[in-house]
Design a protein around this ligand. Structure first.
Ligand code: NDP
Length: 293
């Protein structure tokens, strides 16, 4: 069997197109331009790339992008003061603090100081609780992107066995909540899971969010299963070059799976597309308007 490739790049382009239409309608119909503020502390090269990309795509969708770049030695008080200003600014509908923060800053405190209504990353404790209890919330972008791809591929996910490998607050746990919300039977696996291979082999849906290059191999996959690879790992490709791989070994998994997301071009592009969609949702809620479906 050769798996169907789930084209996250194409799907993300469609989501961004839909967001741009919604933004145009908000401008024309209501004179409102959704605004996203991104806060970057320090000079982590990967974070700089992400922030640039987020800013560019925000503007391409017709929204306002407010970038705040702070020195690596910014104090906690200064960062909290900036977040306070953004919380109070009616032109800002979404606030994202790029993680990881430098070690001297308390990430939990910082994230929980964002107005939950503007928390477009969905990491504020209120949004985590709302998601966990099935209430309207801001949903973390990467798991939301994975769910969109899965719904598009399967239609209904009801009753399917889903195994999420990884239990981070950013990906694994919210992913599991979303799959549960769509009536999957969900298992969360992690570094202490016994017989991980056997656990994964029972899955109709495997979501790998581990951060270990090509860890999940084809012999772990049930024939016909859907594999969603969240991992982004840069590995040595010889001759001084590097290449990006996922947490799944693509070739061997694709031989057995029914469908699989590639890396790059799978989950990655969905994350920013969902960030833009969340910003429009936040803007509609802030203005008492019907939010996009
Ligand atoms: P974390 O490091 O926060 O979490 C990794 C999880 O994997 C942990 O729960 C850990 O278990 C588990 N784990 C680690 N090793 C093993 C193992 N050998 N067997 C089973 N479980 C294991 O990572 P993130 O969730 O932040 O990210 C995961 C991956 O997704 C990374 O490759 C990251 O780059 C990528 N990513 C991609 C995004 C995108 O936009 N596509 C966005 C965010 C992340 P334990 O809790 O027991 O330690």
């Amino acid at each position: 069997m050769t798996a169907q490739v789930i084209d996250g790049k194409a799907f993300a382009a469609k989501v961004r197109g839909r967001v741009a239409e919604e933004v145009a309608a908000l401008k024309e119909g209501h004179g409102i331009t959704p605004g996203l503020a991104v806060v970057l502390v320090g000079e982590d090269p990967a974070s700089q790339v992400y922030v640039r990309s987020k800013g560019k795509q925000t503007i391409e969708a017709g929204m306002n992008s407010f970038e705040h770049k702070l020195d690596a030695d910014t104090t906690q008080d200064a960062l909290l003061a900036l977040i306070g200003q953004l919380n109070a600014d009616p032109a800002v509908h979404g606030i994202l603090v790029q993680l990881p923060l430098p070690a001297h800053l308390d990430s939990e405190l910082v994230i929980n100081s964002i107005d939950p209504a503007k928390d477009v990353d969905g990491f504020h404790i209120s949004n985590v609780g709302l998601l966990g209890t099935g209430q309207k919330s801001m949903v973390p972008c990467t798991p939301l992107g994975c769910l969109m791809l899965l719904r598009d591929h399967h239609g209904s996910l009801s009753g399917l066995n889903a195994v999420v490998v990884g239990r981070s607050n950013i990906v694994g746990k919210p992913m599991a909540q979303l799959l549960l919300g769509d009536s999957c039977t969900v298992t969360i696996a992690h570094s202490r899971t016994k017989d991980l291979t056997e656990v994964v082999k029972r899955a109709d849906i495997v979501v790998a969010a581990v951060g270990r290059p090509e860890m999940v191999t084809g012999d772990w996959i049930k024939p016909g299963a859907t594999v969603i690879d969240v991992g982004i790992n840069r590995i040595d490709a010889g001759e001084g070059k590097t290449r990006l791989v996922g947490d799944c070994h693509y070739d061997s998994c694709a031989e057995v799976a029914g469908a699989i997301t590639p890396v790059p071009g799978g989950v990655g592009p969905m994350t920013i597309a969902c960030l833009l969609a969340n910003t429009v949702t936040a803007c509609c809620r802030a203005n008492g308007l019907k939010e996009p479906q």
